[in-house]
Design a protein around this ligand. Structure first.
Ligand code: SF4
Ligand code: SF4
Length: 480
């Protein structure tokens, strides 16, 4: 555990740490492009250069912080005149062939190259030689385009496919200013279930997600912490959506309530800094056509009428069964248990099954259970398969995934669902429910880790929060 000095201040370092790791842990800033805390050291961008003072008045020397182990008593300068001059020259070199087309680049606003350029250089190129032109908007995969002119050949994306997703889907062809990142020809990058992480870790705007391409400027968006419901891993994510102060009133106002993009929210206990591509496509799950009209046998009703009718059915039932949703939050599942758990015979329903072609399970993140909260649902209601006892006369179906053809003959139905579906109109009582993005709550993943999701958007007045709706039905349970 050596102690050393950064800019004259004593700093403690753990055994084996590099200067970069110890400096960042102690709160000192060192710029970087190619270094990444979860990838191997490549040491090719050279912008993390620091000055090491010579011992006993000897001459000082420069070294890259990402690849230099800390040694006892060493004295490092992270922002000396020498360091700033070397970083300036490095940035002149990195920008030699870069198009500086920030005005049309999706990375603008969160680009390390913009930030470091303005901190350490900020001057026009000293080169009088025309920039090397190369491919822009090259299709790297079905999901990602590559602007080679913006690529600074840091190799982060290549290392990700070797060290994290392990598909070895990317490589770098050729040398010098003809270097090009390219995908393996056998399509393995296209099939990489984690490929979109390279868009996040690309320090510049070279790798771009097609589902976000030119969709929004990042400064119009805000990130709301959430949990991916795509499988039982429950990765923590940021849902990016339009800021209220930048609300669109006339031009495409739907954007105000849409998820613009999904990025990982680093969480060492669940997903580290990564998510799978399914998590990026959450908008496709949430942005389906919503059910917003409560109904009694297909006829429009108010939420109050629906609650009153549901209460009556519960009071009159002799053998009611509930199919509980494993997309319910801990709060909703707890509310159901408290209000109605003793009145119904309860089974946990699998709301979603794997889609055709979807990766089932792997060693990194993806789990075979494609639902976010089976852990809490089964803890409260058991793991028995759905079965209707003889005489079942009322079925409460909460959420998706149940074939109404399997209902017991003559049984009445109370159905809670968030989306438009043919079954909605067949239920005796239909109640449209809010989405995860319209409320706060928690899911507990397969390993017992509980994560919180926050509200992004408001719900329609005619839509119920399931937690509150169950509390309103408690009266019926008491009467029965
Ligand atoms: S595409 Fe991005 S991450 Fe990949 S080498 Fe180029 S700059 Fe680095
Ligand atoms: S691994 Fe599961 S929880 Fe994580 S992003 Fe993918 S689908 Fe979502």
């Amino acid at each position: 555990m050596p102690d050393f000095f950064i800019n004259g201040q004593p700093v403690h370092a753990e055994k084996g740490q590099t200067v970069m790791q110890a400096a960042l842990a102690a709160g000192f800033f060192i710029p970087y492009f190619c270094w990444h805390p979860h990838l191997s050291v490549a040491g090719n961008c050279r912008v993390c250069v620091v000055e090491v003072e010579g011992e006993g008045g000897g001459s000082s020397w420069s070294e890259i912080a990402c690849n230099m182990p800390v040694s006892e008593g060493m004295r490092v300068l992270t922002d000396s005149e020498t360091v700033r001059e070397q970083r300036k020259q490095t940035l002149q070199f990195i920008l030699l062939n870069h198009p500086v087309d920030c005005g049309i680049c999706d990375k603008a606003g969160e680009c390390l190259l913009q930030d470091h350029h303005y901190t350490y250089n900020g001057e026009p190129s000293v080169s009088t030689v025309p920039k090397v032109r190369t491919t822009k908007y090259f299709q790297l995969s079905d999901r990602i385009v590559l602007d080679n002119e913006r690529c600074i050949v840091c190799s982060r994306c290549v290392r990700f496919t070797r060290e994290v997703s392990k598909t070895h889907g990317l490589g770098i062809q050729s040398r010098g200013d003809t270097s090009l990142v390219r995908a393996a020809e056998d399509g393995r990058f296209n099939a990489d279930a984690y490929s979109d992480n390279v868009v996040d870790i690309c320090p510049v705007g070279a790798l771009l997600a097609k589902n976000f391409l030119h969709k929004a400027r990042v400064w119009y968006l805000q990130a709301t912490p959430s949990v991916c419901p795509g499988c039982a891993r429950g990765c923590t994510v940021n849902l990016w959506h339009r800021k209220r102060e930048w609300k669109l009133n006339h031009l495409d106002p739907k954007q105000n309530t849409e998820i613009a993009r999904v990025t990982p929210l680093e969480n060492a206990a669940v997903n580290g800094p990564w998510i799978c591509n399914k998590g990026r496509d959450l908008a496709q799950i949430f942005d389906r056509v919503r059910a917003e009209q409560p109904m009694l046998k297909g006829k429009p009703a108010t939420l109050e009428q629906a609650a009153a009718a549901a209460r009556r059915l519960i009071e009159e039932a002799r053998a009611p069964v509930a199919l509980v949703s494993n997309w319910g939050s801990n709060e909703e599942l707890g509310a159901f248990k408290a209000a109605l758990g003793s009145r119904f015979k309860c089974f946990v329903k699998q709301d979603r099954q794997p889609e055709p072609g979807e990766p089932l399970q792997d060693e990194l993140l993806i789990r075979a259970d494609k639902n976010p909260n089976t852990a809490t649902a089964q803890q409260l209601f058991g793991a028995a398969p759905v079965a209707f006892p003889d005489g079942t006369d009322l079925v409460l179906v909460w959420g998706e995934g149940f074939d109404f053809g399997g209902l017991p003959r003559g049984a009445k139905v109370i159905f809670l669902n968030a989306w438009l579906a043919p079954e909605n109109g067949h239920a005796d009582v239909f109640v449209p429910t809010s989405l995860q993005t319209e409320r706060t709550g928690h899911y507990t993943n397969f390993a017992g880790v509980t994560s919180r999701f926050e509200r992004c958007f408001g719900k329609a007045p005619s839509v119920a929060h399931a937690e509150e709706f169950f509390a309103r039905l408690a009266v019926a349970a008491e009467v029965a």
